[in-house]
Design a protein around this ligand. Structure first.
Ligand code: IVH
Length: 715
């Protein structure tokens, strides 16, 4: 793929031409590094080159979905830029790709009026209603044949992004939520963390798109289904309440007061309007979308322009069929009159334009009856109630089960066994009961029963405990067979140890024959063991053994995740592996040391300590280690400038976020702790430092500024 080299800062010489064909995501990469073509004369130029480079790759990855380099290479470029900016803070620019997450947490959001009202859409629910709309607009437009532009109706939140003139072209200045359509809330700092939103649009792109700032881009913020599922899994693991759907999760993420949290939620942004002076900037909607795409914005490629109703209707049907395979949620198709010149003439009704309509897919929801509520036991011993439903056909599949999460959720719904309920199903999401109906023909039956959580484990009869303040109940029997089964399935699953073939059928057989009593036993399985099982021949036995063998090479974070420590999800496992670098160090870590790890709070730290304190678990780890699993990580190369020192960060530092400062200290061999004690070497205080500063003063701990810290880092 050719590079948009024309966008290089002026005054730089290309030392050789640069036309690389890059494989997608492969380690056999042609090194992509601007220094092979341009020799930077100064740190300022070097930083600018790196910024260009990073912007290009952000565009490839987050907008075009066609990365040209690996994540590791991308990180390397980013770290290089961070290092220069650290050394030369004066070179930092507000639109640098390193500055997506920045700024202080806010107290609230400021209300801002929209340039022109953000409208909503009228809906059509059938072919007839859609056809009627095309007839109506054709008539209103004087009977001329119209072209329609059709695109997906994304199930997210609409947003207005304002770009203003800047030296480099245009700069993202303000992002505003829809609000009531007239006035929204300014959420710029949060939107800056969305990598498909360009922070700047360079001159060349503006020229190619024929665009002059100021301009406004409207579109939809959404959370991809995969991020949503992963986020909810993590929240479940940590005992937090779950989001009902990606849309709510995205809405929550856009409105948090701390941009760092938005950044973690992995949001995406698709553009669908381009406005200049509050008016449509192009003659047709299609052209506007093309221009947006040329300017570097993400535009949904699934769209058509047609004058034929038949083609339009085919697009609607094809979209509905594709719905389940999309990486994000949609709830219909938006049809717009393509010619924007006609928009004015067609005008509005209430809050919706006449020139557009939303064809809404049938809701993937249905009403049915809860026949029973049963409780399953997960790998951590967590009890999860689920509704057994009278089978109901929803959006192409028969649903006979829906999750109820926990006792509190059942109480919140006011649900009894026998009730009529609304069940909803989304993309990847497990069906859920959203409300109790019990109306009209769906009356609550006279024998409807209140559900009670079992007092003992439904699998093993063990004790059930629900800790104070927790929403979940747990079976505390360490030998509970259900826990063992689930922990084996978790351990073998794709994103953990990836042992293909080790699914429910095999695990159940291994358990019932007593061949496996814990995860370490998997590594002692022999061909003879496997050949005793049903439906396992020589070939599949060999395959399973090869898979088990291969899993030994997986990195430390997978092994940590695979242990099934309560509240330690995939992300936490990664942080732990990175921080400690070995299983041994993690096992020996004190609560205080654990609290130094990113995102580890007192509850997670306690859970990790509890896990390793258990002799049975320590034995298990010895066996896994003997079997040859990966117990060390890539040791981080750390400096020694701050070795042996413990720091506490408080207040807002002038240039670095706390997370970055922490990383810098750790990279230099120092430790960062959350609380001040006599053992603290230094408290680094920024603006609005609070009680930690007082404590430091009372204990006589030395207080330093960010500048002093930087001086120490520089050695
Ligand atoms: S056009 C007239 N295009 O649907 C302006 N909206 O029900 C309406 N939406 O608030 C915007 N995908 O949040 C448009 N491709 C798309 C859309 C879309 C989703 C949302 C948008 C709007 C709501 C109206």
């Amino acid at each position: 793929m050719g590079q948009p080299r024309g966008s290089l800062p002026s005054g730089l010489l290309l030392t050789h031409s640069f036309e690389l064909v890059r494989p997608r995501y492969t380690s056999a990469l042609v090194p992509y590094n601007l220094r092979c073509m341009v020799k930077p004369h100064s740190p300022a130029q070097h930083a600018e080159l790196l910024r260009e480079e990073i912007r290009h790759h952000e565009h490839c990855y987050f907008v075009l979905d066609a990365p040209e380099i690996t994540d590791a290479e991308f990180d390397r470029l980013m770290n290089e830029l961070k290092a220069i900016e650290r050394e030369h803070p004066e070179l930092m620019t507000p639109d640098s790709p390193t500055q997506r997450v920045g700024g202080k947490p806010r107290e609230g959001f400021v209300k801002v009026p929209h340039s022109t009202q953000m409208l909503s859409l009228d809906n059509a629910y059938s072919e007839g209603e859609l056809r009627d709309w095309t007839r109506r607009v054709t008539e209103l437009a004087g009977g001329q044949e119209l072209e329609y532009e059709c695109e997906y109706k994304l199930d997210g939140l609409s947003m207005a992004l304002h770009y203003e003139p800047a030296d480099e072209g245009a700069r993202f200045a303000r992002g505003i939520t829809r609000g009531d359509g007239l006035v929204g809330e300014e959420v710029t700092a949060n939107l800056r963390t969305i990598r498909s939103i360009p922070l700047t649009v360079g001159r060349q792109r503006l020229n190619e798109a024929g665009l002059e700032p100021p301009f406004e881009v409207r579109g939809e913020v959404l959370m991809p289904t995969k991020s949503f599922v992963a986020m909810n899994e993590q929240r479940e693991e940590e005992g937090l309440s779950l989001f009902a759907n990606p849309r709510n999760a995205a809405a929550g993420a856009v409105r948090v007061l701390e941009p760092k949290i938005t950044a973690k939620r992995k949001l995406d942004f698709y553009s669908y309007f381009l406005l200049q002076d509050g008016r449509m900037a192009r003659a047709t909607q299609w052209e506007a979308l093309e221009k947006l795409s040329v300017a570097g914005f993400k535009v949904n490629p699934n769209r058509i322009v047609t004058a034929s109703f038949e083609e339009l209707w085919n697009f609607v049907n094809a979209t509905e069929t594709a719905r389940d395979t999309l990486p994000y949620e949609i709830d219909g198709v938006v049809v717009k009159v393509n010619s924007t010149a006609l928009w004015q003439r067609l005008g509005f009704t209430g809050k919706a334009p006449r020139w557009a309509i939303a064809y809404k897919f049938a809701a993937r929801a249905g009403v049915t009856q809860v026949e029973n509520i049963f409780v399953s036991v997960g790998r951590t011993g967590k009890l999860t109630p689920a509704a057994a439903l009278r089978p109901v056909f929803i959006g192409g599949t028969t649903v006979s089960r829906a999750t109820l999460h926990n006792q509190d959720e059942i109480e919140r719904l006011g649900l009894r066994i026998g009730d009529w309920v609304m069940v909803e199903r989304g993309g990847d999401v497990i069906p859920k009961v959203t409300q109790v109906v019990n109306e009209g023909e769906h009356k609550r039956p006279s024998d409807a029963r209140v559900f009670e959580m079992p007092k003992t484990c439904p699998e093993c009869g063990g004790h059930i405990v629900r800790a104070e303040g927790e929403v979940n109940s747990f079976c505390v029997n360490v030998n509970c067979p259900a826990k063992l089964r689930e922990s084996l399935l978790h351990f073998a699953s794709r994103n953990v140890m990836n042992i293909e073939g080790m699914g429910e059928a095999l695990v159940d057989q291994l358990l019932s024959r007593g061949l496996v009593h814990n995860i370490a036993d998997l590594y002692s399985l022999t061909e003879k063991d496997l050949l005793q099982l049903e439906r396992i021949g020589k070939k599949s036995a060999q395959n399973v053994l090869t898979e088990i063998e291969t899993s030994k090479k997986l990195p430390l974070e997978r092994v940590i995740f695979g242990l099934g420590i309560r509240m330690v999800g995939e992300r936490t496992a990664e942080f732990l592996a990175e921080h400690f670098g070995s299983m041994q160090k993690l096992m020996e870590a004190s609560e205080e040391e654990l609290l130094e790890v990113n995102e580890v709070g007192p509850r997670i730290a306690a859970s990790i300590r509890e896990f390793f304190a258990e002799e049975k678990n320590r034995q298990l780890l010895r066996r896994l280690s003997d079997a040859g699993l990966t117990f060390t990580g890539e040791a981080k190369v750390r400096g020694t400038q701050l070795a042996g020192m413990t720091f506490v960060l408080t207040g807002t530092l002038p240039t670095y976020s706390r997370e970055d400062a922490k990383k810098m200290i750790e990279d230099a061999g120092g430790k960062v702790s959350g609380s001040v004690s006599k053992k603290t070497s230094y408290v680094v205080a920024g603006e609005d430092a609070g009680s930690k500063l007082d404590k430091a003063n009372s204990l006589g701990v030395k207080v330093i500024s960010e500048a002093e810290l930087l001086a120490m880092l520089a050695g």
